[in-house]
Design a protein around this ligand. Structure first.
Ligand code: ADP
Ligand code: MG
Ligand code: MG
Length: 910
């Protein structure tokens, strides 16, 4: 395959082979570098080795790759050399390169970039002479040896407590010199570093540092391909559903230098605020720096705009005088470059029609663009940016809807700290509001321990000096992340925003002591396990657990939801059992209740006593007496639901769980029950034993209860209809839907339907008034789906109980699947947890079939789904395609379902 096609694509002012749409082949970085060249933006020339070559590497190894692309790489190099008038490997005027990875989907910090490649002991002298700057040449060289030693030669810390070996050497040299910053090291110090680095590599890796530029280049190219399969890349792919097969491209690009003095620098910028979504150009830079210095949090970065700088100063508690002298903005120090950058960011955002995350370098007063991509952002920023871009005419309505990932709405619905509690809470430190949210947890200092603690059921805050890609998994399980170093574009900040995780970054006063497992601020010390709370919107760190309250939704959120309703076809209801839930559901935009689980009402207050009395009763008369006590309570519950849902459907499921769920199983509580019921404890025990089932999920439950104890169905029907009539009398538009659970045969349905109809007739006669209601059933046994036509002839609606349907179709229960399902998911036997996202091929087929059969028997059959799948975006999309009328999910997922339904409608349910 790959050998017949082009494998290397050049980009530069003279010629550009690729463009933005070629992400699959060139990776995101390569495709966008090409696109920027086409836009006339200054980009250092280079070439991209395609992702297909990565596949060759994985399958056949480095030699095969070299054979395949060598000639094309030579040609690409000639292109670069011609563009710059320098030669690679020429030590009198060396052409230096960066070697950068880049896959289709952006994987921030996943693959390591190598800068200044091509330097050796001779070339460094050439570089120094040519630039007239010896310090710069040696700074570049020491960086190269450090990066190459780490990434290609594999000299990394061996344990998590060990610091980066290269940094240890740097710290030692700094200490010797009595300086604090890298920039304070002189040429001789840098020479010393290079020497020590090489010695360290020789000692620990057992190989000499390569001096031949071509050997360096091939080593770096192969390392990029190799890195596709390193641990942290795998973790990132796992967390983000990126297939192994995609591969990464390699970008080989000529260097520009941000470390050439006070008119040089490097930076990162966002065309809008990635945290809040505000339409404000922002970013950070460092003068006389290179590569990852800004994101690595080595020095405190400066802000790009004056406005941003002032805001930063206010948060960092830096006064104007100090800000202006020590941390001035780019707008102030290099106004011409700032203008150029502003023009470029405007052009790029306009061109891509989305918020851009850009990387740039300034070399002696000249701006070079090194990367652009659609920026990662928080859920709140997603909503705001989409709606503002819509209003600004940059995107249309459909595109605005596509721009928001439904799941990310979760972040907006999440609780925030209760302002009253915040007033009383003790603030112990202050950092940058890197990613919003309210997080409370116990301090842990290591990512793997965060995972361990969370596995044990604890909630943790990961506290680090700074984070690195190794910490990804730990970051993803933590409630929040606190770092002592780094700015708004630091690794921790960017990754946390991408995950929608609360993060406070660069809390400068916090000192982290890894070996002691403590963090201290001033004279106070906090240990591993201590509770802290982070406010990701203000950057405040509090001691202890600060209580939270519900978030308030912004205008953009409401507007997005309205837009979703305009495009979606599927109705969205909520699963709600109480008037309070119903009210919440309605406020989130639910158009009705798709499932009210009546048994949830049985546990409240005194009711459980009456329920138990019914269970204990020896005969029908006894059961009726107990049920009569329950009737008024159920009736008033239903009245509340109907009132809240005025004008909207309320689907009420008759009693479903096995009776043993209502009795105590331990002796102590059985004694309490015996006392309450005034019977010997032996009687209780016997009855509890009696109710024991080997497999309750498939036992005496659902309509089987109502069929064996029709008086229960009678009471519930009466409660529903009397409540309905009472509310109707008060002018409320009652739309009751009575739902029979767990039906498997038509006769089961009919048996229950008869009880319901007879009870209804009796109630209507007594009251001298009628109430319209629908009578339908759950479809949750495979048999019900198979005979859906004959059930559809009887029932007025179907509601798929996809949880039970999944259990019975798969043949395993959700509660027991924990023992093997994680393994199955890892091994790829199942792609997704079938209880989270509907198994479209199997269970989904039953759903589709049942819809068709049911509608064939009754054309106006109402069909919905009330399992938790109703709030899963992928499942919602499936239900849209399957032609359902509505989905129903928990109140908090209603907005997610509404957006997912709109996206399904827009893209035709793909
Ligand atoms: P990542 O995928 O982690 O963003 P990059 O390939 O973008 O890695 O490289 C990281 C940084 O290295 C860039 O942001 C830039 O500062 C620097 N860099 C990469 N290529 C060059 C180059 N050709 N000249 C100067 N700096 C570069
Ligand atoms: Mg990086
Ligand atoms: Mg980058």
């Amino acid at each position: 395959m790959a050998s017949e096609t082009k494998n290397v694509y050049v980009f530069g002012a003279a010629r550009t082979d690729g463009h933005a749409k070629m992400k699959n082949l060139l990776g995101g970085k390569g495709a966008n570098l090409a696109e920027m060249c086409r836009l006339g933006i200054a980009v250092p020339p280079g070439f991209t080795i395609s992702t297909e070559v990565c596949t060759v590497y994985t399958k056949e190894g480095p030699e095969a790759v070299k054979k395949l692309v060598q000639a094309e790489v030579l040609e690409g190099m000639k292109f670069v050399e011609q563009g710059l008038g320098k030669k690679f490997g020429d030590s009198s005027d060396p052409l230096l390169l960066s070697v950068r990875s880049g896959s289709r989907a952006s994987m921030p910090g996943m693959m390591d970039t190598i800068l200044n490649l091509g330097l050796n002991d001779e070339a460094v002298e050439g570089l120094a002479r040519k630039a007239g700057n010896e310090r710069f040449a040696w700074d570049s060289y020491r960086r190269f040896v450090q990066m190459y030693g780490d990434v290609v030669m594999g000299l990394k810390p061996v344990s998590k407590e060990e610091h980066d070996p290269f940094e240890v050497v740097i710290d030692a040299v700094k200490a010797q010199k009595g300086v604090a910053l890298d920039t304070e090291l002189g040429t001789d110090d840098l020479k010393e570093l290079v020497k020590r680095f090489k010695g360290l590599i020789r000692a620990r890796v057992g190989r000499e540092f390569p001096t031949d530029p071509w050997e360096q280049l091939w080593g770096a190219v192969m390392a990029v391909f190799e890195s596709w399969n390193n641990e942290r890349a795998k973790v990132y792919r796992e967390l983000n559903d990126i297939p192994e097969s995609w591969g990464t491209a390699v970008n080989v690009q000529s260097m520009v230098f941000g470390n050439l003095g006070s008119r040089s620098g490097t930076g990162v910028a966002f065309t809008r605020d990635a945290s809040t979504g505000e339409d404000l150009f922002n970013g950070e830079f460092l003068i006389n720096a290179q590569g990852e210095d800004v994101v690595a949090g080595i020095r405190t970065p400066q802000q790009i705009t004056l406005e941003g700088s002032r805001r930063w100063a206010a948060l960092a508690l830096v006064d104007e005088e100090e800000r202006r002298t020590k941390f001035p903005s780019l707008e102030e120090v290099l106004p011409d470059i700032y203008k150029e950058l502003l023009a470029a960011e405007t052009k790029l955002e306009k061109h891509y029609g989305d918020m851009q995350d850009i990387e740039f370098t300034i070399q002696e007063g000249r701006l070079w663009m090194l990367q652009t991509r659609n920026g990662k952002r928080t859920g709140a920023a997603m909503v705001r940016i989409a709606m503002e871009m819509l209003r600004q005419g940059i995107i249309d309505e459909k595109e605005a809807l596509r721009r928001v990932t439904p799941e990310r709405l979760n972040e907006l619905l999440h609780p925030v700290f209760d302002p009253a509690a915040i007033k009383k809470a003790r603030s112990i430190a202050h950092g940058l509001p890197a990613s919003p949210g309210a997080a409370t947890g116990q301090i842990v200092f290591f990512a793997d321990e965060a995972e361990e603690w969370v596995r044990k059921g604890k909630t943790v805050i990961l506290v680090r000096q700074e984070t690195s890609p190794e910490d990804l998994r730990g970051m993803s399980v933590a409630q929040g992340i606190l770092t002592a170093r780094g700015g708004m574009t630091s690794h921790a900040a960017v990754v946390a925003r991408g995950m929608g995780k609360c993060c406070v970054a660069g809390a400068g006063a916090v000192r982290v002591d890894y070996p002691a497992r403590t963090m201290s601020v001033g004279s106070e010390t906090y240990k591993e396990g201590d509770w802290i709370s982070l406010d990701g919107s203000t950057g405040e760190v509090y001691l202890g657990q600060v209580p939270t309250k519900e978030a308030e939704l912004t205008g953009d959120f409401g507007a997005l939801m309205e837009l979703a309703d305009k495009y979606k076809r599927l109705g969205v209801r909520a699963n709600a059992d109480t008037p309070a839930d119903a009210k919440a559901a309605r406020s989130f935009g639910a158009k009705g209740i798709g499932l009210c689980r009546t048994e949830h009402m049985f546990f409240e207050g005194d009711r459980i006593k009456a329920v138990r009395e019914m269970i204990l009763a020896d005969d029908l008369a006894g059961r009726r007496r107990a049920l009569a006590k329950l009737l008024p309570m159920q009736r008033s519950d239903f009245e509340g639901l109907f009132r809240e849902m005025d004008g909207l459907a309320v689907t009420i499921r008759l009693l479903d769980p096995p009776l043993h769920e209502f009795v105590p199983h331990d002796e102590a509580n059985q004694k309490v029950m015996a006392h309450e019921m005034n019977v010997p404890v032996g009687v209780i025990k016997m009855r509890v034993d009696d109710l024991h089932e080997f497999n309750p999920m498939m036992g005496h439950r659902g309509c089987r209860l109502g069929i064996t104890y029709p008086e229960i169905t009678e009471m519930q029907t009466r409660a529903i209809l009397e409540a309905g009539l009472n509310m109707k009398a008060k002018g409320i538009d009652v739309r009751a839907e009575i739902m029979i659970p767990l039906v498997g045969t038509v006769r089961e349905f009919n048996a229950q339907a008869n009880v319901i109809r007879q009870t209804a007739a009796a109630v209507f006669q007594e009251r001298g008034e009628q109430l319209d209601y629908l009578l339908g059933t759950m479809i949750e046994t495979p048999r019900a789906a198979l005979i859906a036509d004959s059930i559809g002839a009887q029932a007025q609606f179907f509601s798929f109980g996809t949880n039970d349907l999944t259990q019975m179709t798969m043949g395993f229960s959700r509660d027991d699947a924990g023992k093997f399902l994680p393994y199955y998911l890892k091994a790829g036997i199942y792609e997704k947890d079938p209880f989270q996202s509907i198994d479209q091929k199997g269970v989904g087929l039953l759903v589709k079939m049942a819809v068709e059969k049911g509608r064939a028997a009754r054309s106006n059959l109402k069909v919905g789904v009330c399992g938790e799948h109703g709030g899963d975006p992928a499942s919602v999309e499936f239900f849209h395609r399957a032609g359902l009328d509505y989905v129903s999910c928990s109140p908090f997922r209603v907005p997610i379902a509404r957006l997912a339904a709109a996206q399904a409608a827009i893209d035709g349910g793909k």
